[in-house]
Design a protein around this ligand. Structure first.
Ligand code: A2P
Length: 343
């Protein structure tokens, strides 16, 4: 692992939904950087963005933009990562990539700092940030994996549109407005698939996040299966995922069924989650307390509630997990990985 002495940071995709949150996170977390370079497509070159009270001009992301950069945070889609991450590494930067381009590459660690921080040491220039739905699930599972072992996970997601970028957020807003005004909504973005066929997301639910991958699963679902195994370094965890887009702007929710390897007491599970790194337990159904996307927006943690014993399987339990997909699901996890590099 290369040692980072000076910390000059670049954000690739600085004008995007996640890039903007990275910028805010670097500011909020007082990240010890000496210089910040903001990169995006040619379209954004010349735009000015405020950081710590000073304006920084956005530059076009080109290979040479990475000269004199120590850490490059990428969130500009897989194609841009494939094209530019090796160029950044060639010029001496460590890349932390938020796209799916390198996640399953055996030479690239896939890191959730609360779960497998030690993996960061194995990097050869690129470190991958996992998929948003996978990050929040692994943070919630970590205390259970450590104490009991996990055999089987069945997860259904309720994913916010911001996971597909600004265009998707704008589509939800404009479609909602059109419907309320009795006009025909424009369908342009959702779902993001290979076909040029779109459905209304406002006042609707779409059981497709990302493209069709294999065996009738979407790529988002396959990511949850494979990335979970890689993060826990355990191929035996059986994950089944159904990923669904809902008309929420920000914050992914997940209904998770977990089969443990050992017997458990719900009170102990509650205690473990309460003490879990990066977890906030919000679980009191009788008082109508449970996590919801609106309440978790802007928060860096993973919220867990609706904990209950399964009624049929003695070693299984059910839970509801919510987190801000743009923060812990993306920007915050990336900045936390950068913090690990400096330690
Ligand atoms: P730009 O704003 O110039 O298009 P989102 O996820 O919200 O859609 O944002 C995607 C981010 O990725 C934006 O910052 C966008 O910049 C950036 N981006 C898209 N295509 C490229 C590219 N070819 N090179 C560099 N950055 C890109």
């Amino acid at each position: 692992m290369m040692e980072i002495k000076q910390c000059r940071v670049a954000i690739v995709g600085a004008t995007g939904a996640v890039g903007q949150e990275m910028l805010k996170d670097l500011e909020k977390r007082d990240f010890p950087l000496t210089e910040l370079r903001l990169l995006a497509s040619k379209r954004s070159a010349g735009k000015k963005i405020l950081f710590r009270g000073a304006e920084i001009e956005v530059e076009e992301a080109t290979p040479d933009a990475f000269s004199n950069v120590d850490i490059a945070l990428f969130s500009a889609g897989g194609e841009t990562s494939k094209r530019l991450a090796p160029e950044a590494v060639k010029r001496g930067a460590v890349v932390i990539d938020n796209s799916s381009a390198y996640r399953m590459d055996p030479d690239v660690p896939l890191v959730v700092p609360e779960v497998n921080p030690e993996a960061v040491k194995q990097h050869k220039g690129i470190i991958a940030n996992p998929n948003c739905s996978t990050i929040q699930m692994t943070v919630a599972l970590k205390p259970l994996v450590d104490r009991y072992g996990v055999e089987r996970v069945i997860v259904s997601t309720y994913q916010a549109v911001s996971g597909s970028g600004w265009k998707a957020v704008e589509e939800l807003r404009s479609q909602s407005q059109s419907v309320l005004q009795g006009e025909e909504p424009t369908l342009e973005v959702m779902p993001v698939g290979k076909l040029d066929q779109h459905y209304q997301i406002a006042f609707n639910v779409i059981p497709q996040c990302d493209v069709l991958a294999e065996d009738e699963y979407t790529f988002e679902e396959i990511k949850m299966v494979r990335e979970t195994k890689k993060i826990f370094a355990d191929d035996s965890i059986g994950v089944t995922a159904t990923c669904v887009r809902v008309p929420v702007e920000r914050g992914h929710s997940e209904s998770i069924y977990v089969e443990l390897k050992d017997d458990y007491e719900l009170d102990e599970v509650r205690r473990l989650l309460k003490d879990g790194a990066g977890v906030i337990l919000d679980d009191e159904l009788g008082a109508q307390r449970y996590p919801m996307p609106l309440a978790t927006t802007g928060r860096p943690e993973v919220f867990v509630g609706r904990l209950r014993k399964d009624l049929h399987h003695p070693r299984a339990l059910n839970m509801w997990v919510v987190s801000d997909n743009l923060l812990k699901g993306a920007a915050t996890n990336t900045v936390q990985i950068a913090e690990l590099l400096l330690r």
